[in-house]
Design a protein around this ligand. Structure first.
Ligand code: BTN
Length: 235
């Protein structure tokens, strides 16, 4: 499968680079990866810091018919990709990538999606090594890393993004299988959670995702669907 792979030494944000340049390459499977990302963007207007040996890359993708399910499909792909190298990744709604380490769940990466020119522009950041992770970081979710042999590839900043993108392009998941697969790999299925944004906050049992990728909570026997926000796992 042909990929047009742009390899950068340093960029402010691969996601911004992709947004500004994708219209020149609309026919291509376009991937941009970088060794250094110095002004990364996270979800909901947050910053994304490059910690230790991490990869930062963005690519274009045909969305699923139900566009809002596509970001959740990407989470399942990351889980399946790292299963092949014996790393277990768990998913936190909507787009966080976690590992269970030293008795707690830690955030090892995140997925960001923008819809533009009928394409989904996907940005993924993943910490591969824990040498430079801050302790008691003050981040919303404690950062962790995927300890992986993939780091041994000399050019891993570019090689791992290419391997992941190829894997995604070759293994697209049909919509009808997606909710079940996502729920199977969810870190907080049937657990009490809080989902909040600037104006609303809801608590309840996380039942799973619905057919559009929305979070379904059960609160005192009543079902509620939420389409956006940040999720906290409550004890
Ligand atoms: C999140 O908030 O969890 C999503 C983080 C996504 C970060 C990646 S790193 C590559 C791409 N470029 C960016 O500026 N952000 C995304």
């Amino acid at each position: 499968m042909g990929i047009n792979h742009i390899k950068l030494e340093e960029v402010e944000s691969t996601q911004t680079w992709l947004k500004e340049n994708v219209s020149k390459y609309l026919e291509d499977n376009l991937l941009v990866s970088t060794k250094i990302q110095n002004n990364g963007i996270g979800r909901l207007g947050n910053k994304w810091d490059q910690l230790g040996k991490s990869i930062a890359f963005s690519f274009s993708l045909e969305p699923l018919d139900t566009v809002t399910l596509t970001p959740l499909e990407l989470g399942v792909h990351i889980v399946n990709f790292f299963k092949k190298v014996d790393v277990e990744i768990k998913l936190k709604w909507p787009n966080d990538l976690l590992v269970f380490s030293e008795g707690e769940l830690k955030k090892v990466g995140g997925i960001l999606c923008h819809f533009q020119d009928n394409k989904l522009l996907v940005g993924i950041g993943l910490n591969l090594d824990d040498k430079a992770l801050p302790q008691n970081s003050g981040f919303k979710f404690e950062p962790g890393s995927i300890q992986t042999s993939l780091l041994n590839a000399g050019d891993f900043y570019h090689q791992v993004p290419k391997d992941i993108y190829e894997y995604i392009l070759e293994n697209r998941i049909p919509e009808e299988k997606l909710t079940e697969l996502w729920n199977l790999n969810c870190a907080h299925i049937n657990q009490k959670v809080k989902i909040a944004d600037d104006s609303n906050s809801s608590e309840g049992l996380f039942v799973g995702i619905g057919s559009n990728g929305e979070a379904i909570l059960n609160t005192n026997g009543k079902t509620k669907s939420l389409v956006s926000g940040s999720l906290w796992i409550l004890d």
